[in-house]
Write a protein that binds this ligand. Structure first.
Ligand SMILES: N[C@@H](CCC(=O)N[C@@H](CS)C(=O)NCC(=O)O)C(=O)O
Length: 295
């Protein structure tokens, strides 16, 4: 049997002078080139130590799956590692700060995409779910990865919380239809200029504040994927899109929404997957997330 040499490869410093800025080569294709799902009896079945998530600390979409993974009790079942916060034309890369690629020893995340599809010319994005058994990416679709982590591994782990309970799936996706475009994808446009995106975001915050004055979580007493999806945007808001307080004075003007966000931050799955430094704009004032929520 041939011994695999243990090679630790790092990409070297970000070097845009040599490699240029990251851009998607060729005709921009769909962001989500890989949309495989974990199923029972299909190509990708849930097994311990089979899958690995490539994520980024800075990235709200990776943050979602990191929280779901922790709440599903999968930290010893599905691996996760992190690309560097910065990139050049080579895309996301493994550097010293967060360590090497523990699965394949790749230097660049692009290598995982190329191993899956020869000549890959699309988005090299995180999060991405890798399958050790077939040596390919299953998916770079946050939505599907989150749902599968929450719902397909129950026989292998004891969840802290079932974040995708069957009776709430319809309501979770219905909320996504509103909060996805308005909040998760809306903050960037809301920050750029006054206008419909900003109005819609602030109206959503008002409605959420009212809702959370009557309800512990978005869908009652069950903490679900809907809360995770919203929260990763809330935790970035005052140090990211609203860092210059261009949109409003801060999340704290919505007392119930702000207390709810802090209540979630007190949960280890949320707190331990959050690294403010990786997504805070320089000089941004960080609100005190550790103040007890009182809820
Ligand atoms: N909407 C995507 C989010 C993934 C995403 O946009 N990830 C960013 C980092 S936060 C990325 O890696 N972008 C590189 C690219 O799109 O080429 C999903 O649903 O999975």
């Amino acid at each position: 049997m041939v011994q695999q040499p243990h090679v630790t490869q790092f990409a070297g410093p970000v070097d845009t002078a040599t490699y240029g800025e990251y851009s998607i080569p060729g005709t921009p294709g769909p962001l989500l080139r890989f949309t495989g799902r974990i199923t029972t009896g299909g190509e990708f079945t849930a097994e311990p130590a089979r899958y690995h998530i490539y994520g980024g600390w800075f990235c709200p979409w990776s943050h979602r799956v990191a929280i779901t993974r922790a709440l599903a009790g999968l930290e010893d079942i599905v691996g996760m590692s992190f690309v560097d916060d910065d990139r050049d034309g080579r895309g996301w890369a493994f550097r010293e700060q967060y360590g090497p690629d523990p699965v394949n020893g790749f230097m660049l995340l692009r290598q995982a995409y190329e191993a899956t599809e020869e000549g890959f010319d699309g988005h090299v994005s995180v999060p991405a779910l890798w399958d050790r058994a077939t040596s390919r990416l299953v998916s770079n679709d946050t939505h599907g990865i989150g749902i599968d982590l929450a719902s397909r591994f129950g026989h292998l782990a004891t969840p802290v919380t079932d974040t995708y309970p069957e009776h709430l799936r319809g309501s979770i996706e219905e909320l996504d239809g509103w909060l996805g475009p308005t909040v998760n994808h809306g903050v960037r446009a809301a920050a750029a200029a006054p206008g419909p995106a900003r109005d819609a975001l602030l109206e959503a915050f008002e409605r959420l504040d009212d809702r959370l004055s009557r309800s512990r979580y978005l869908l009652g007493d069950d903490l679900t994927e809907a809360d995770i999806r919203l929260w990763v945007t809330l935790v970035r808001y005052d140090v990211g899109a609203n860092a210059g307080r261009a949109i409003n004075p801060g999340l704290h003007v919505y007392p119930h929404l702000w207390a709810y966000a802090r209540e979630l931050y007190a949960i280890p799955a949320f707190r331990d997957t959050t690294d403010f430094a990786t997504f805070s704009r320089p000089g941004a004032a960080l609100p005190d997330w550790s103040t007890p929520s009182g809820r």
